[in-house]
Write a protein that binds this ligand. Structure first.
Ligand SMILES: CC[C@H](C(=O)O)C(=O)SCCNC(=O)CCNC(=O)[C@H](O)C(C)(C)COP(=O)(O)OP(=O)(O)OC[C@H]1O[C@@H](n2cnc3c(N)ncnc32)[C@H](O)[C@@H]1OP(=O)(O)O
Length: 229
């Protein structure tokens, strides 16, 4: 999935007539983060963790810098890397029963895909630290109150339709080139800072990935693991 996402962003970078993008999940959840089976079997060391961060940080940064207005349509769970993916979009629209949870600390790591730095930008320093260090499951209305979610759909399963509605004004006006231009202007504003922060975040992640706490947290649920809350 990570490679597919990167390939999808490659394609979107070539889409010169587009103006908007909605990122959504399938099967009732937005995204459950990294594939835990893959991580258990094939991503065992800090060096593996660094490679994963390099790919995902690059992919999500490129997604964020596309000259398209991007909206994450969040029904169900956006967990771990899924929460980081949600922060890489320009806006988030969530179902009323959705939850966003940064479980990284429970997994024995920090954020590593640039989501920590983006979260500070979205909700501020104190709220970001609370969401990252305590890992509470964040309900849609609380996420909206923090400014992490921009609109809450009327019913669960309705995030995709609500995201389309959210984008309505941008899609109907005859100013595609101008919208792409303002998105490029906004995206350029955070380039030097975000590149430096994402490297530091990947360093923190890879120093912890593959460590004892992380290995235990990656075990299947039947095995002993540290409590999540
Ligand atoms: C690189 C680290 C990165 C980070 O934190 O930065 C990560 O993303 S680590 C991954 C963090 N994600 C999780 O810990 C997700 C754990 N899963 C859940 O909380 C739930 O499964 C949930 C809320 C996504 C869905 O719950 P629901 O009740 O709807 O379904 P099930 O729990 O029965 O799950 C169905 C099926 O999917 C498998 N599953 C879920 N998440 C993952 C995952 N991340 N990787 C691989 N497989 C996953 C789950 O085991 C079930 O499989 P089954 O064979 O049917 O038992």
């Amino acid at each position: 999935m990570m490679v597919q996402l990167s390939d999808a962003v490659d394609e979107l970078e070539q889409w010169d007539r587009g103006v908007a993008l909605v990122v959504h999940g399938m099967g009732g959840n937005f995204c459950a983060g990294a594939d835990l089976s893959l991580a258990r079997e094939h991503l065992r060391t800090g060096a593996d963790g660094r490679s994963m961060c390099a790919l995902m940080s690059d992919t999500l940064t490129r997604l964020r810098r596309l000259p398209l207005i991007s909206v994450a349509a969040i029904d169900g769970a956006a967990i771990g890397g899924g929460a980081e993916l949600a922060t890489s979009c320009d806006f988030r629209v969530a179902g009323p029963e959705s939850n966003i949870r940064f479980v990284q600390v429970k997994m024995g790591v920090s954020t590593g895909w640039g989501g920590g730095a983006r979260l500070v930008g979205l909700v501020g320093r104190r709220a970001a630290l609370r969401l990252l260090a305590w890992s509470p499951p964040l309900a849609a209305d609380e996420a909206a109150a923090l400014g992490l979610v921009d609109a809450v759909a009327e019913e669960e399963g309705g995030a995709l339709a609500a995201a389309r509605e959210f984008l309505g004004g941008v899609l109907t006006q005859d100013a595609h080139e101008a919208v792409r231009a303002v998105k490029r202007v906004v995206a350029a504003a955070d380039v030097p800072v975000s590149d430096r922060l994402h490297r530091a975040e990947a360093d923190e992640f890879s120093a912890l990935w593959g460590g004892a706490h992380n290995r235990m947290a990656l075990e299947p649920p039947s095995s002993p693991r540290p409590p999540r809350s």
